[in-house]
Ligand binder design. Structure first.
Ligand code: PMP
Length: 437
C-alpha cells in the first residue's frame, strides 16, 4: 500500500525500509505493521508524534499499555529517581518488590500473594502451569476470540475467521501438537459450551481462562449469569478459574473486572496498563495456590532474571498509587467512554451505515455489522474492509485508532471531553464520506 499517514510520511517510510533490512517485517511484534509504516518519535499525554512531525490523538495507546497518558511525570519521575541507584542483583529481594506485591494484595479482591513477570504472556504461562500442577490435569479451556499471549498453551483457535484478527489459527507455525490438543475452545457468554466440555472431558480440565471482557475482539461484556456460572462450574468440577486481566486490570477499576462483577477468580494475570508503558506482568492468587512457587516448599518453577526489576516495579507502584489517589480517574474515563460510544452510535444512526458501537469504561470499538453483538459468533459478520477504510481515514485526520477490525480503542487519563468531541466530528465526516463512496 502506498498510503501515507496524513500525506507526509517520508521519514517513516525510510525508517521502515531500513527496519525491514534488519528486523523481520520491519517490526518487533507482528501486529505493528498494517500495510503502511508508522515510526513514532515521541508521546505526550493523549498525543503521539511521528518522525515526520505528524501529531495524532492516540487511542491505540500501545494496545492499552498506556493508561494514565504518554510520558506521564506521575510515573516517569519516580522511574528517573530509581535509575542510577537500584538496577539488578539476582539475589534476594528489593523493597520495591515487596511494595508492589503488597499493593496488589490490597487492591485486587482475590489476591493474597503476587509474583512479578516481565510481560502478560509470561504471567498467563505461569498461571496455566500452576493450574496444571495444582490439579494434576492437562487440559485448558479458553474462549473463541480470547488472546492470552504468544506461548504454545494459548495459541489454539483464537478466532474462527482468522482473517478478521490475527491472520492465522493457530497463531503460529511451530506449536507443539500436544499443546494444541490440550487447549479446548468454548464460546463466550455461553455457559452451556463450557459445561459440555466438562462433560466430554471429566476430571481432565485443569482451568478455564478468560478475559472477563474479551477486548481482543473489541468488547463482549459478560452477562452476570455467565461469570457467576463459570465460578460455580469450575469450583464444582475441581478446575481453576483464571481471569486474564491484562487489559481489564487497572483500566476499568482499581480491583479489575473482578471487583466490578463481584466474582473472585482463583488466579488473576496482569500486564499492560499496570505500569503505564513500562514492561511488567503479574500473577496473583490465594496463598494456598501461590505457595507452589515457593522455591523451598513448592514444586512449580518461578524463575526469570529480570522478574521484579526496579524500573517496572517502580512504574507499577507509581501507577497504582496514582489510581488509588484519584478515584475520579475511573468516573472520568468511564464518562468519556460513554460520551464517545453514545456519540458514535448517534452518528452511525444519522449517517445510516451498518455499524454497532461496543465497549466498556474508557474502551470503545466500532464493529461494521448490525447489532446486537452478544457473543463471538455475531462478530463473524464484521466487514473488515469497512473498518480498514475507517481506520485509514481517521488516521489521516490525525486520530490514531487500533488498526485491527475486531480490537478496541482506549481513552487514557489524559484525554479530555474536547478530544472526544473532536474525534466525534472527525468520525462523522469519515463515516459520511464512506457512506457516499
Ligand atoms: N493477555 C491479554 C488479555 C492480552 O491482551 C495480552 C496482550 N495483547 C496478553 C495477555 C499478553 O501480554 P504481553 O503482550 O505483555 O505478553
Amino acid at each position: 500500500s502506498d498510503h501515507n499517514p496524513r500525506g507526509n510520511a517520508a521519514r517513516g517510510w525510510a525508517l521502515h525500509q531500513a527496519a525491514s533490512d534488519v528486523i523481520p517485517g520491519g517490526v518487533n511484534s507482528a501486529t505493528r505493521y498494517v500495510g503502511h509504516p508508522y515510526a513514532f518519535a515521541g508521546g505526550d499525554g493523549a498525543y503521539v508524534v511521528d518522525l515526520d512531525g505528524n501529531r495524532y490523538l492516540d487511542y491505540h495507546a500501545a494496545f492499552g499499555a498506556i493508561l494514565i497518558g504518554h510520558n506521564s511525570p506521575v510515573v516517569d519521575d519516580p522511574v528517573r529517581a530509581v535509575v542510577g541507584t537500584i538496577d539488578l542483583f539476582g539475589l534476594g529481594v528489593t523493597e520495591l518488590e515487596v511494595e508492589l506485591a503488597t499493593r496488589i494484595t490490597e487492591v485486587i479482591p482475590s489476591a493474597e500473594m503476587m509474583i512479578a513477570t516481565m510481560s502478560g504472556s509470561e504471567a498467563t504461562a505461569q498461571a496455566v502451569r500452576l493450574a496444571r500442577a495444582t490439579t494434576g490435569r492437562q487440559l485448558l479451556v479458553k474462549f473463541q476470540g480470547g488472546f492470552h499471549g504468544w506461548h504454545d498453551a494459548v495459541a489454539r483457535n483464537v478466532i474462527s475467521a482468522p482473517e478478521l484478527a490475527y491472520g492465522r489459527d493457530p497463531l503460529s507455525a511451530g506449536i507443539l501438537d500436544s499443546a494444541l490438543d490440550s487447549t479446548l475452545i468454548a464460546e463466550f457468554n455461553d455457559l452451556g459450551s463450557v459445561r459440555a466440555l466438562f462433560e466430554q472431558y471429566p476430571e481432565r480440565i485443569a482451568a478455564v481462562i478468560l478475559e472477563p471482557i474479551p477486548h481482543n475482539v473489541g468488547a463482549l461484556v459478560p452477562t452476570q449469569e455467565f461469570v457467576d456460572g463459570l465460578r460455580t462450574l469450575t469450583r464444582d468440577q475441581g478446575a481453576l478459574l483464571i481471569f486474564d486481566e491484562v487489559i481489564t486490570g487497572f483500566r476499568h477499576a482499581l480491583g479489575g473486572y473482578q471487583e466490578i462483577c463481584g466474582v473472585d477468580p482463583d488466579l488473576t494475570t496482569f500486564g499492560k496498563g499496570m505500569a503505564n508503558g513500562y514492561p511488567i506482568g503479574g500473577l496473583a492468587g490465594p496463598r494456598s495456590l501461590m505457595e507452589r512457587f515457593d522455591g523451598q516448599k513448592g514444586d512449580v518453577l518461578l524463575a526469570g532474571t529480570f522478574n521484579g526489576y526496579a524500573i517496572g516495579a517502580t512504574a507499577a507502584i507509581a501507577t497504582i498509587d496514582h489510581l488509588r489517589a484519584s478515584p475520579d480517574f475511573y468516573t472520568r474515563t468511564h464518562a468519556l467512554g460513554e460520551r464517545m460510544r453514545a456519540g458514535l452510535a448517534s452518528i452511525v444512526e444519522e449517517v445510516g451505515i451498518q455499524a454497532t458501537v461496543a465497549g466498556y469504561g474508557g474502551v470503545f470499538s466500532l464493529y461494521f455489522t448490525g447489532g446486537p453483538i452478544r457473543g463471538y459468533r455475531d462478530l463473524m459478520r464484521n466487514d473488515n474492509q469497512a473498518y480498514a477504510a475507517f481506520h485509514r481515514r481517521m488516521t489521516d485526520a490525525g486520530f490514531l485508532m487500533i488498526p485491527m477490525s475486531l480490537k478496541r480503542n482506549h481513552i487514557s487519563g489524559a484525554h479530555t471531553e474536547d478530544d472526544v468531541d473532536r474525534t466525534l466530528e472527525a468520525a462523522r465526516e469519515v463515516l459520511t464520506g464512506m457512506k457516499a463512496d
